[in-house]
Design a protein around this ligand. Structure first.
Ligand SMILES: *Cc1c(COP(=O)(O)O)cnc(C)c1O
Length: 454
């Protein structure tokens, strides 16, 4: 056997010293006015003081900043270096199996301690809270990825952590709960009896399986009621999306080294953070008229906020405690079916993603879960790595784009975000193989009922 260099680079790794030093804030480059969050009671734009009980001032400033770049403080860089820069991979074996003329690249975010992109913002949020004297953080978690990311980050920066975990996931995904405990967080199933919001939902519906919207209400109520406690959100907000742009900034350098710029950038969307993190640095060139790259957001048919929701002001939680955000939404009363991509079961979408989609910069597509798992298994059997069910939504769309390219005789470069591995989601894979996975699609009548009152 001879040792020789591969014809194409399959793995483009950056040096530790090449970690990006700043985040990209797309708010500086939007070609349309932003829609400010509104106070839930007065319906007037919220000011910094309205948010101060929940967030440290530095994150509130980032939320409304018009600065194009924000420096990443050294202690955050040091934490990020535990797993960053992450590799860019070329999926040559998948390309061969699809007989596609497309080139497929992916940014691998599954190598972080929590196994997804979420620690990128968790360590930043924990740092700013610690710097401003916060002792304890509360949050909600769906499938458990965000809760485990924040549990890890609060341990790094020595904060206490309280996680309200959507009950159905608490029961279906016990190992995420175990991870949170390893990192020292307290975890309760939501709706819980710890908050008025939780008690109210349980009184109305004792069998409630919970939802992200309900868990957010609980985490906010807990934080608002205690002087030493603040609240942390894992997606949706502008500062969260900005913290994730480290993914795209790394990918830009790596794609340049691969000698290939993407014609289409793909990511799955729950609240929009992993998609934005990869897409926004590439969107910078599109907004500046320097590229024609397409951007494709992929959502589940069971929770189709961009493709079928309404673009309107809505609450981020179920009870109506958060500011009103202008976003694509299925209505804050929406409780999604228990599909396996728990991280994508949210009624709304990041205002930045919603605005960019509304102005034609971002396209969206929705898939039911069985075809998503077909794609996940095809990926694992060619590339090896087992994707999270969330990530598999992006892979479904990538495979469909690659097959279309073959049929049209085109050879586009496709880049997607591999947002997390699926090693804690194997029960979902078993359900797929046993044939017990069902496709749930939301009826138009139900959507109209949910968004009608917005
Ligand atoms: C949470 C999660 C998502 C969805 O959240 P976004 O904010 O839309 O990125 C996607 N993939 C994985 C692996 C996740 O953990």
């Amino acid at each position: 056997m001879s040792i020789h260099a591969p014809e194409v680079a399959n793995r483009i790794q950056l040096d530790e010293r090449e970690l990006p030093q700043r985040w990209y804030n797309i708010q500086a480059d939007l070609p349309f006015p932003g829609s400010p969050p509104l106070h839930p009671a007065t319906k007037q734009p919220v000011g910094p003081q309205d948010l101060a009980p929940l967030f440290p001032m530095e994150l509130i400033k980032q939320e409304v900043s018009q600065e194009r770049y924000i420096d990443i403080p050294q202690p955050i860089q040091e934490a990020l270096r535990l797993w960053r820069p992450t590799p860019l991979m070329r999926a040559t074996r998948l390309e061969r199996e699809l007989k596609t003329t497309a080139r497929i690249y992916y940014k691998y975010e599954g190598g972080s301690p929590a196994g997804s992109h979420k620690p990128n913002t968790a360590v930043a949020q924990a740092f700013y809270n610690k710097a401003e004297g916060t002792k304890r953080l509360t949050t909600e978690t769906g499938a458990g990825q965000w809760g485990s990311a924040l549990a890890f980050a609060t341990k790094i920066f020595e904060l206490e952590c309280m996680v309200y975990m959507v009950r159905i996931s608490f029961e279906q995904k016990p190992y995420r709960k175990s991870m949170m405990r390893v990192w020292g967080a307290e975890v309760v199933p939501s709706p819980s009896d710890r908050t008025q919001a939780g008690k109210r939902i349980r009184a109305e519906n004792p069998d409630s399986t919970g939802s992200l919207g309900i868990a957010i209400s609980e985490a906010i109520e807990d934080a608002a009621g205690r002087e030493d406690t603040k609240y942390s959100l894992g997606s949706v907000l502008n500062h969260v999306l900005m913290h994730q742009t480290i993914i795209g900034e790394e990918a830009l350098v790596q794609m340049e080294r691969a000698g290939a710029m993407p014609d289409v950038v793909v990511g799955c969307v729950g609240g929009g953070s992993n998609f934005s993190g990869l897409a926004f640095p590439f969107l910078r060139d599109r907004l500046g008229g320097r590229s024609k790259t397409r951007f494709l957001a992929v959502e589940p048919a069971a929770s189709p906020s961009i493709t079928r929701g309404k673009y309107a002001y809505d609450f981020g939680d179920t009870i109506g405690m958060t500011p009103l955000l202008k976003m694509h939404t299925l209505g804050h009363a929406f409780v999604p079916d228990g599909i396996h991509a728990g991280g994508l079961r949210y009624h709304g979408m990041a205002p930045l993603v919603s605005g960019l989609a509304d102005h034609g910069f971002i396209e969206a597509v929705a898939y039911p879960q069985r075809t998503v798992f077909d794609a996940a298994v095809q990926f694992a059997r060619t590339e090896g790595t087992i994707p999270a069910p969330e990530t598999a939504h992006a892979i479904r769309a990538v495979i469909d784009e690659a097959v279309k390219a073959r049929e049209r005789g085109e050879s586009p470069t496709i880049l997607f975000n591999f947002s997390g591995h699926g090693l804690l989601d194997l029960a979902a894979y078993d359900a797929y193989f046993d044939g017990t996975l069902s496709d749930v699609t939301l009826s138009e009548a139900r959507i109209q009922e949910l968004v009608g009152s917005l």
